[in-house]
Design a protein around this ligand. Structure first.
Ligand SMILES: Cc1cc2nc3c(=O)[nH]c(=O)nc-3n(C[C@H](O)[C@H](O)[C@H](O)COP(=O)(O)OP(=O)(O)OC[C@H]3O[C@@H](n4cnc5c(N)ncnc54)[C@H](O)[C@@H]3O)c2cc1C
Length: 901
């Protein structure tokens, strides 16, 4: 391709420019547009499926749902998880706004798991507070967001340019005024003039090299190559906490998370090769990774996610989530190995290092409105330093950025010409040298140095060698060759990766202590030093173009945390950090900076497409946002493939009347079309109006011969509150188990518990378990406490923990503590948490010696409910020596009330 002239640029203009159309970026664009601004959204991939959400989303990691968790507890929890280095005002935004964001997403059509009573089914994964909210169809979140962006009102305000990749934010008079980039398909040069710029380009996932050696086989979305980190840095913004890397536990040989957050609420946990739980810390933190790495390296390794002990129900539910919502390839991977969760626990390993504000704390410095230190420039999502912010925090900060940036209107001044020329040179230089070293080779070498010298455990000597190599590689990177726009994109990314690698090495050199467990473990400074380093480490580009540092004291906390006391005081300007003298690296003139010193320096649509001309016609039509009458002929086409594609088009565009049309399609003659309509109704359930035609269609579907149709009709009627007990009750006699379960849930939702109780004699244990979870008095639960099936008995005892456990049920629970099944003993221990302490505490104290760790853990949790009684506290004190890490940690909470939720 030819190098375009700088003057040939496509010139775009907007009030608010959003760079990156992932989680944070789409929300920022929607909010800024809702506030009346003209928004330009630039995405280097395609917004419909780009970013981390496409990597497998199984739930919200950190939702503070009223009644289930307290914002201040969450803020304290994150402060501890991040070893005290936190700007609590930012974390508090996620804590207080996360719930309304969940509701906003729900109004868009994102589904969150609810229990039989319609309440959010939040799970407790961490020892304090319940923050994990499963998303049964998390894989569809990006589709739902894209649908929002394409709503007519939003299309008028938001211009989306896919495959356009900015490489630099442009600044004038110290503020952000636009960006320069190029089209990764056509190669066209692009400049943008903007009133404000929001960076939402995600993590730097392509920093370390995965153990597989595959450049793109990273834990993070590999498209996120640190673009935003480099752009913010060169625009003059401060970055912070860069030395606090992201490292995650992974499945061995498969670049996906092991998903302990998903498995733990089902009873899964991490064990060493002797089957012992070993993780003593709690939140997904550097401390946990340090314990993980130590176990892995010891004679007790390798380590596993243990699932093989779980009952069949739990394993099949897990398979459902992990092999569909999470990643379909995961099921194939296990199958090809001949492994099954019933017989094989999952071997785990450690990911490559990356930078990520939202999983750890390495990001662009932002305030509680996502503002960076450069006026008019915002950062949101994984790119911004708001520790442990994850997906919901990315949405919250995208929203905050969009709202604040909406105060700006388009920039009318001249774009800074030299910056535009420099960006042009950065993009197109490889075309002048088409036979230069190819990008994959240069990138491999660069990232291998990251693994060799920057990955923890870190040392001053290794980090110094890293700085040397990264400096030298500037030249090699400038020599890279490319011939196509796609290769130009990859070459530009190598520049970003190099910038991030240098930032990671220099920041790690500057912080002369160890903190955050494995994330910043320095073998030459092995201790945490709160006196010198309860500070953020800020990094910026100095006027001379060097990286310079400031140690900024942590602000006094809004929510006190006993373990840390930020002292405040003045910032220490550290200047440049210089490499140490390493014997083989030649003479150095300046020692490294030390603590306190100053220095100088849609599957259905895809499968159906391709063969029929009618489908091509339909695809073209659906791009024009058609009304239902235009789609109707496709819904009745003789070819089932066309009808399936029509259902997919309806689902994507959701014109008025979609609900009734889908309900009608539930009676299609083809099972595939019916299945597609059922899946679409479930996908859209949060956004469909509860209209009469829909209700009529669903009620008539209750009599259909296809069980999938009947179960779907029941679930959708329940979710939209369209049905009554008289409509739901007959399905209790349905021949299909799933339909009967749907019927029980629907009856619970309308409070018809007398009818539900009749299903306590259902022949299927799955139905009886659902009944146990829905009933609300001990009397109603009584028959199930003596059920022949252990899982039903366990569920019934567990339900007593919520509905109350008066005499004589406490006596039954005490007896059940001697049951041969650990599931029943676990349920019984939970029930005793709601019983009179005089009968409960002695029995629970005895249960602390149970051979099963889950029973002991349930006993500890029940004893915590009785903690005002001295006998309970005495028992808990003995459990702090339990061989199981979880049991110990929960027991310790009795002794530390400040940290209990
Ligand atoms: C494997 C995995 C599993 C996860 N599971 C969960 C979970 O279950 N629950 C949870 O709460 N969180 C989870 N997370 C975290 C959560 O997904 C992220 O915190 C969140 O999605 C980050 O949003 P973001 O907008 O910062 O980044 P992204 O959503 O990744 O968006 C970044 C976007 O920027 C684009 N981009 C990058 N550079 C440029 C450029 N130069 N120009 C234009 N566009 C660019 C990318 O293509 C991408 O679309 C998971 C993350 C991963 C990686």
């Amino acid at each position: 391709m030819q190098i375009p002239a700088v003057t040939d640029a496509q010139e775009l203009s907007c009030d608010v420019l959003v760079i990156g159309g992932g989680t944070a970026g789409t929300m920022a664009a929607l909010t800024a547009a809702e506030q009346g601004r003209d928004v330009l959204l630039l995405e280097k991939a395609h917004v419909r499926h780009s970013g981390a959400l496409a990597m497998g989303m199984d739930g919200v990691n950190n939702a503070v749902i009223p009644g289930r968790a307290e914002p201040d507890d969450y803020v304290a929890e994150i402060t501890r998880a991040n070893d005290g280095i936190v700007d609590q005002s930012t974390v508090r935004q996620t804590a207080t706004r996360g719930f309304s964001m969940v509701q906003r997403l729900e109004s868009y059509g994102v589904k969150f798991e609810k229990d039989e009573h319609g309440e959010y089914a939040v799970r407790q994964v961490h020892r304090s507070g319940s923050y994990v909210l499963p998303m049964p169809e998390g894989k569809d979140v990006k589709k739902v967001l894209y649908r929002q962006l394409r709503r007519r009102e939003m299309r008028e305000r938001i211009r989306i340019e896919n495959r356009v990749m900015p490489v630099r934010v442009l600044t004038a008079d110290g503020r952000a005024v636009g960006a320069a980039g190029f089209n990764t398909r056509t190669g066209e040069f692009v400049t943008v003039r903007a009133g404000a710029v929001i960076l939402a380009t995600g993590a730097c996932g392509r920093l370390g090299l995965p153990a597989s050696g595959y450049l793109y086989g990273t834990y993070e979305n590999p498209t996120n190559a640190g673009d935003g980190y480099a752009m913010a840095y060169h625009a003059g913004a401060e970055l912070t906490g860069i030395e606090c890397f992201q490292i995650n536990p992974l499945m061995k040989d498969y670049n996906g998370p092991a998903c302990a957050y998903v498995a733990n609420p089902f009873g899964g946990y991490q064990v060493n090769r002797h089957g012992e739980r070993f993780v003593d810390s709690d939140y997904w933190s550097g401390q946990m990774m340090a314990e993980f790495a130590a176990e892995l390296a010891s004679d007790r390794g390798p380590v596993y996610l243990k699932l093989s002990h779980l009952p069949e129900e739990s394993i099949s539910s897990l398979e459902n989530i992990l092999h569909s919502t999470e990643r379909p390839t995961r099921g194939t991977f296990h199958a090809n190995r001949g492994h099954d969760y019933r017989t094989h626990d999952i071997e785990m390993h450690i990911s490559e290092i990356g930078l990520c504000g939202g999983h750890s704390a390495s990001g662009v410095r932002v305030d509680d409105h996502a503002r960076t230190t450069v006026p008019g420039l915002y950062a949101a999502g994984d790119l911004a330093c708001v520790p442990h912010n994850y997906m919901i925090g990315a949405f919250v900060f995208g929203d905050l950025a969009g709202a604040d940036a909406a105060q700006f209107t388009a920039y009318e001044g001249e774009l800074p010409q030299q910056q535009v020329v420099d960006a042009h040179e950065l993009i197109y230089r490889p075309l002048r040298n088409p036979d230069g070293p190819p990008q994959p080779q240069v990138e491999y070498k660069l990232r291998r140095f990251v693994n060799d010298y920057v990955a923890p455990p870190k040392s001053g000597a290794r980090l110094s060698l890293a700085v040397d190599h990264f400096e030298r590689m500037r030249g090699e990177i400038d020599e890279m060759g490319a011939q196509t726009p796609h290769e130009l994109m990859r070459c530009a990314e190598v520049h970003f990766i190099r910038d991030c690698a240098e930032m990671a090495a220099r920041s790690s050199l500057a912080r002369t202590e160890s903190r955050w467990g494995l994330y910043h473990e320095r073998t030459d400074h092995p201790k945490r030093d709160d006196d010198g380093w309860l500070h953020h480490l800020d990094l910026r580009k100095s006027p001379s173009g060097a990286m310079e540092f400031t140690a900024r004291p942590v602000e006094p906390y809004l929510v006190p945390v006993a373990e840390f006391t930020p002292g405040g005081g003045a910032s220490r300007h550290l200047g440049e950090v210089h490499p140490e003298q390493v014997a083989t690296a030649g003479q150095r003139d300046v020692a490294p900076v030390g603590s306190g010193t100053r220095s100088s320096g849609a599957p259905a649509r895809e499968t159906a497409a391709s063969h029929s001309p009618r489908i091509l016609e339909l695809l073209a039509l659906s791009d024009t946002e058609p009304e239902l009458p235009l789609l109707r002929p496709f819904l009745t086409d003789p070819d089932p493939a066309v009808r399936r594609a029509a259902v997919a088009a309806l689902t994507e565009t959701v014109p008025t009347g979609t609900g009734p049309a889908l309900a009608e399609t539930l009676s299609d003659t083809d099972a595939g079309v019916r299945g597609a309509a059922a899946a679409s109704l479930r996908e859209l359930v949060e956004v469909l109006p509860p209209e009469e035609d829909l209700s009529r269609g669903l009620l008539s579907a209750l009599g259909h011969g296809d069980a999938v149709v009947r179960a779907t009709a029941l679930d959708v009627l329940r979710a939209l509150r369209l049905g009554e007990a008289t409509a739901y009750a007959p399905a209790l006699a349905d021949p299909d188990i799933e339909v009967r379960i749907a019927s029980v849930r629907a009856l619970v939702s309308v409070g018809a518990l007398d009818t539900v109780a009749r299903a306590a004699v259902d022949p299927a244990r799955e139905v009886r378990v659902t009944v146990a979870r829905g009933l609300d008095t001990p009397e109603a639960l009584a028959p199930l406490l003596g059920d022949v099936d252990i899982l039903v008995r366990a569920a019934a005892f567990t339900a007593l923990a919520s509905v109350g456990c008066p005499t004589p049920y406490d006596v039954r629970a005490v007896d059940a503590l001697a049951a041969p099944s650990w599931q029943v003993r676990t349920g019984a221990a939970a029930a005793l948490g709601a019983a009179d302490p005089r009968s409960a505490v002695p029995a629970l104290s005895t249960a602390l010696a149970d051979p099963n760790a889950d029973v002991r853990k349930a006993a500890v949790l029940a004893l915590l409910r009785h903690a005002p009684h001295e006998a309970a506290r005495t028992a808990l004190a003995s459990a702090v020596l339990d061989p199981d890490a979880d049991v110990r940690a929960y027991a310790a909470r009795a002794a530390a009330p400040a940290s209990a939720s």
